[in-house]
Design a binder for this molecule. Structure first.
Ligand code: MG
Length: 365
């Protein structure tokens, strides 16, 4: 099991105060990282706060210590996992894909890093920047090693600035370095807060539509839920019009065409395919471009059966498939007033956030 330790105990001297509590779109800055951790399935999350501070949010908190490494120790002690992902809450633009990459990489110490874009001087001389790495967080560490390394460093009165330097310095651990992300920047100075606000509040809406004829002898699937055994959507795949409409919206937004070009019905791979596969592939493509789904709003037109009793299950399914809290998913069902028998129609609005600037992206104006 992997736990998350999110550091929000700093004083933010360079930003002019406690930046971790600044509201970004109504959410305290430190909580943006908590949400990302929860969305990738890290259940045990500990937030380290300045001593004496309390928050009324649904998260486990502990008071921090004098130095960053003391705060890490307090957080890691309270965490339960065999591994911990230690993260500076100031890197509030953390992406789902970076966090997933770290979780899926094995090793006692896994750290994300990027190359410096600027030329680098050291002690008054230029050095080869291709040999320089800028180290980010989250850093994934075996919990027992981190606790041991901390105690060793404390005995010698040594201060380390991150988990990588601590484990390399005290335990001789070789790090596994994974590619970091340039937009996983650390909010350090006042202007960084404005950059973060603009990135986090950069929301877009994409629209998707799908219609299928209903025929006898096929099951009907909507949002991954079996609605009927008697009649279902005619189609090459399982004909799940909800998942198709949502995928279509996302694929169009990221300039990948539409569901017909990405998953053509001439491809035998997609014959009777579970449409949740389409969702997985579509989300992977979106994440590659720094695009994340932040809300879904779906309208289904179906004469029968009544969808009322399926709505909760559909919502739970979409919540799991898209890694979204259920309250960000709306599903409305209409009978169509007798105008559309023999078909199922779905209209989907998808809200997307863009975590990085991307010239490949077609942004509707
Ligand atoms: Mg379809």
């Amino acid at each position: 099991m992997v736990s998350g330790v999110i550091l929000a105990a700093g004083r933010g001297r360079r930003a002019g105060g406690f930046k971790q509590f600044l509201p970004i779109g109504g959410i305290p800055l430190f909580y943006l990282s908590v949400e990302i951790f929860k969305r990738v399935g890290v259940e045990d999350v500990v937030v380290v706060l300045p001593p004496g501070e309390k928050v009324s949010l649904d998260v486990k908190t502990v008071p921090g210590g004098a130095e960053r490494m003391d705060s890490v120790f307090e957080g890691v002690k309270a965490a339960k996992g065999e591994f911990v992902l230690v993260h500076d809450s100031a890197r509030a633009n953390l992406s789902l894909s970076l966090l997933r990459r770290l979780i899926s990489t094995d090793g006692d110490l896994v750290i994300p890093a990027v190359r410096p874009p600027d030329s680098v001087m050291y002690d008054g001389r230029y050095i080869d920047r291709d040999r320089v790495l800028l180290v980010q967080t989250p850093q994934k560490v075996r919990r027992s090693l981190l606790l041991k390394a901390y105690r060793k460093a404390k005995e010698k009165d040594l201060i380390y600035t991150d988990e990588g330097s601590l484990l390399m310095g005290e335990m001789g651990v070789n790090p596994i370095i994974v590619e970091g992300e340039r937009w996983n920047f650390k909010v350090t100075y006042r202007e960084d807060i404005e950059i973060l606000r603009r990135l986090k509040l950069d929301r877009h809406v994409a629209f998707g539509y799908d219609v299928h004829r209903l025929v006898e002898g096929r099951p009907l699937y909507l949002a991954g839920v079996k609605i009927s055994d008697e009649f279902g959507a005619l189609g090459h795949s399982d004909g799940d019009a909800v998942l198709h409409a949502v995928c279509d919206a996302i694929l169009g937004f990221i300039d990948e065409g539409d569901i017909g070009t990405v998953f053509p019905d001439t491809d035998p791979r997609w014959k009777d395919a579970d449409s949740s596969r389409f969702v997985e592939i579509t989300l992977k493509e979106a994440e590659k471009r720094g695009v994340e789904v932040s809300a879904l709003d779906i309208t289904i037109v179906l004469e029968r059966p009544k969808l009322r009793s399926f709505k909760r299950q559909m919502r739970e399914n979409l919540s799991r498939l898209f890694g979204l809290p259920p309250e960000r998913i709306a599903i409305k069902a209409k009978s169509g007033n007798g105008l559309y028998p023999g078909s199922v129609r779905v209209f989907a609005l998808v809200e997307l956030s863009v975590a990085k600037l991307n010239f490949h992206l077609k942004i509707p104006s």
